[in-house]
Design a protein. Structure first.
Length: 312
């Protein structure tokens, strides 16, 4: 069981990622606007939007059920628990019991499940179709995550995320080719989970991919948006922790933890900026063609598993 200091660290890093979520999504919106030759919103616009939504009253359809009202809180809670488990400011995970690859994947799946279920429970046919689309995307993406992370866990000899980060950062793992391909495949899955084109589109509440959000308003919509933004940041940190586990504190003291915030923010800015550049450099694609693109990612993950079996 974690001691008091590690529990405080887990809560602190979760609150830090929660505070950074609107900043990162605001950065993506700003880069999109600049690349479209628009002035667009400022980088802090998402903070202002959330404050405005939290001041408004919730208005829900009379056909909506209990799951519809509970989903925003469940999604946000799942992402906060996920952030508490990840190694963010330190190499080791604050709560080792939660810092398991399978647990993390299930937390992301839980958020997707309730996001889709909220659309079905809203009583809106449009939101229901959007929910089916979200579940279909999950079926296409989650196998890539599972297989790529399986290869990383096999190379490290453990499914504990903190121990995997230490192994990648401090020692040379066997099968370097397999590790590299697995991390590339996982990065591809993270790009999709961050809601980027051509798989998804942020700020698309009136389109099918964000259909479950159409019936939300007021503070419930604000919590839902915050939870979805938190998911993007947690996924980004999950990838950065495995691929670039550098800059984290090796000693649990206040100066080291404060200094670790700087590389954390820099890496998140670079990753979100790079993802925004890639997203806005391509055209939107038909959703029916998504399976063909994700098949490439799964093939890359399968190839990494083959390289692991051959010891490369």
């Amino acid at each position: 069981m974690p001691n008091l200091s590690m529990s405080i660290l887990a809560v602190a890093q979760a609150l830090l990622l929660l505070a950074l979520a609107p900043l990162m999504t605001g950065l993506s919106r700003m880069i999109r606007a600049r690349m479209h030759s628009r002035r667009g919103p400022g980088i802090l616009q998402d903070y202002r939007d959330l404050i405005k939504l939290f001041k408004r009253q919730d208005v829900a359809s009379g056909a909506s059920g209990k799951v519809f009202h509970a989903a925003p809180y469940i999604i946000l809670s799942a992402m906060v628990v996920s952030a508490m488990a990840l190694p963010v400011l330190t190499r080791q995970a604050p709560i080792g019991v939660l810092a398991d690859l399978v647990t993390e994947i299930y937390l992301f799946a839980l958020a997707r499940f309730f996001f889709s279920l909220s659309g079905i429970d809203s009583g809106s046919s449009f939101a229901g179709i959007g929910a089916v689309r979200e579940l279909t995307l999950g079926v296409l993406v989650e196998p890539i995550m599972l297989l790529s992370l399986l290869v990383v866990a096999l190379c490290a000899g453990t499914t504990n995320i903190g121990l995997i980060e230490v192994a990648i950062g401090d020692t040379f793992l066997g099968a370097p080719t397999a590790i590299s391909l697995a991390l590339i495949a996982f990065g591809f899955a993270v790009f999709i989970e961050m809601g980027k084109l051509p798989f998804d589109m942020a700020e698309a509440e009136q389109e099918l991919q964000e259909g479950p959000l159409t019936e939300y308003s007021g503070s419930a919509l604000g919590i839902m948006k915050l939870g979805m933004g938190m998911k993007k940041v947690v996924m980004a940190q999950f990838f950065l922790g495995l691929a670039l586990p550098f800059g984290a504190a090796t000693v649990l003291d206040a100066p080291s933890l404060i200094l670790a915030v700087v590389p954390l923010v820099i890496k998140l800015f670079i990753l979100f900026g790079l993802a925004a550049l890639i997203e806005n450099s391509m055209a939107r694609g038909r959703f029916l063609l998504t399976s063909r693109v994700t098949l490439c990612g799964f093939g890359l993950a399968a190839l990494s598993f083959v390289f692991y079996l051959t010891g490369l």
